[in-house]
Design a protein around this ligand. Structure first.
Ligand code: FES
Ligand SMILES: [Fe+2]
Length: 467
């Protein structure tokens, strides 16, 4: 691999060194890929985070043309179930129009423009509350009161305005551009990472919605690298026993990027943490309770076993309860997790059994406000459990207020959200100083890759196509 690396990399062990050195299982091809390449070192302009012009450009050239995740299929399980997806000042309604058919339409009545539905609901037909213009669930115009009063009305030409729809991993994506490429083509080889971990076989165990006084890109970039672990999540250093090596791997892959490994910067500690202290600092998301359960059965004795090795064994046994002996074929890394993806522009599923997915978008039409959503997607056995309803956190609330849903991950989100509004404020100072954002050339690969795609989409008259 060394010969294809063009960028600076950590002088310490890197992700693939660790995989090769410690994992006894055959390493699958998709984990051997290393896309390290020079993406540039130019500063990123502040304007795209703070100006109305950049926000309007995004609306026209990204949001109105790109594939974007709109909901989970399980949110509208029955024919007639409806939900909505809002982006800037646009509202899309998604309806299950038949048992295995979902359609998406602009959420607007074609009479005088009222929003057709106000949010999630169940409908036999789509009837506008204002004057009762009515459409079938498949979007065909059905009726209106006083039909005689509309001699100009062409019934064949009054279907709801449909938008393209695609599905991946139990998520529903929409695209408002009638000329767009298919979702499959847009996502490329994304699915190869999830062959063993199908996200459609998960259910929504938690859905947290939090508004931030920051541009949506400021918020999501706080979740696209592990470099901030050094300072923001210093407990990770304790978990790794003193040194969280910057071993992470970052790969740009077409319209998406991936990060592998829980890398952070070197963090020398001035004490030697005990196994209990390390356990307490566990970064694992959704893993803590299972670890505790198994620890009760097989107590950790003193410090004679390497904690990470111990946790791996524990996780394998916990996963065995869900996926059976298939767990024996997984590499340690697939069991341990630590892979997080970004599908341009704003969808961030974690990989393997890490169970998280994020989405970030502007809050209303305001360039300096955003909505962050976090899903906890858990595997299940037997009948699909009911999805957990969204939990809304206001501007003055922290993810700690959702600790009952997020477990120990709430503390990690709380640490992240501490920075986000302060970055937004500071960007205005950077601008007045005539400076931009300086990114690390390797550990910020996902962020730089995002901005390369952002440039491509916002500068292109027609929507860029893959390949
Ligand atoms: S605006 Fe919808 S029926 Fe009049
Ligand atoms: Fe973080």
């Amino acid at each position: 691999m060394d010969e294809i690396r063009k960028t600076p990399r950590s002088p310490g062990l890197n992700f693939s060194d660790i995989l090769k050195a410690y994992d006894k299982h055959p390493i699958p091809e998709y984990l051997k890929i290393d896309k390290s390449e020079w993406l540039g070192d130019e500063d990123i302009s502040v304007d795209r985070y703070i100006t109305r012009e950049a926000h309007d450009l995004e609306k026209e050239r990204i949001w109105k043309r790109v594939w974007q995740m709109a909901c989970r299929e399980e949110e509208i399980p029955e024919p007639g179930d409806v939900t909505t997806y809002e982006i800037c000042d646009i509202s899309i309604l998604l309806v299950r129009s038949a048992p295995d058919e979902i359609r998406a339409f602009h959420n607007v009545c074609l009479h005088q423009g009222r929003r057709l539905v106000d949010g999630p609901c169940h409908k036999k037909e789509l009837r506008c509350p204002f004057h009762a213009f009515t459409w079938d669930l498949d979007g065909a115009f059905k009726s209106c009161p006083s039909r005689w009063d509309f001699p100009q009305l062409d019934e064949d030409n009054l279907g709801l305005v449909e938008v393209k729809l695609g599905r991946w991993g139990g998520f529903v994506f929409i695209n408002m551009d009638p000329e767009c490429e298919s979702l499959e083509s847009y996502l490329g080889d994304l699915s190869m990472h999830w062959e063993k971990f199908p996200l459609e076989e998960r259910y929504i165990a938690a859905h947290i919605c939090k508004v931030f006084p920051a541009n949506w890109k400021v918020a999501q970039e706080a979740f696209m690298e592990a470099y901030h672990n050094y300072s923001t999540h210093s407990q990770f250093g304790i978990y790794f026993g003193g040194v969280a090596s910057d071993s992470g791997q970052y790969d740009p892959m077409g319209n998406y990027s991936r990060a592998l490994g829980q890398g952070g910067a070197d963090l020398p500690l001035d004490f030697t943490p005990s196994p209990a202290e390390r356990l307490d600092a566990l970064p694992g998301v959704g893993s803590q309770e299972p670890v505790r359960r198994v620890l009760d059965r097989y107590p950790l004795v003193g410090g004679e076993r390497e904690l990470i090795e111990y946790e791996l064994e524990v996780r394998r046994e916990v996963l065995r309860e869900v996926i059976g002996d298939k767990v024996d074929d997984l590499t340690d890394f697939e069991v341990f997790g630590g892979g997080y993806f970004t599908v341009f522009p704003n969808f961030h599923p974690w990989w393997a059994f890490d169970e998280l997915a994020y989405r970030f978008r502007p809050w209303g039409d305001n360039p300096e406000m955003c909505l962050m959503e976090t899903w906890l997607l858990k595997p299940f056995k037997g009948e699909r459990p009911q999805p957990s309803p969204p939990r809304w956190l206001g501007l003055d609330q922290s993810h700690l207020d959702a600790s009952d849903l997020l477990g120990r991950a709430a503390r990690i989100f709380d640490q992240d959200e501490f920075n986000i509004p302060e970055v937004q404020k500071g960007l205005h100072s950077l601008k007045s100083l005539g400076r931009g954002l300086m990114l690390g050339v390797y550990q910020a690969t996902k962020i730089r890759h995002f901005h390369m795609l952002w440039d491509k989409w916002t500068s292109s008259e027609t929507a860029p196509k893959s390949g």
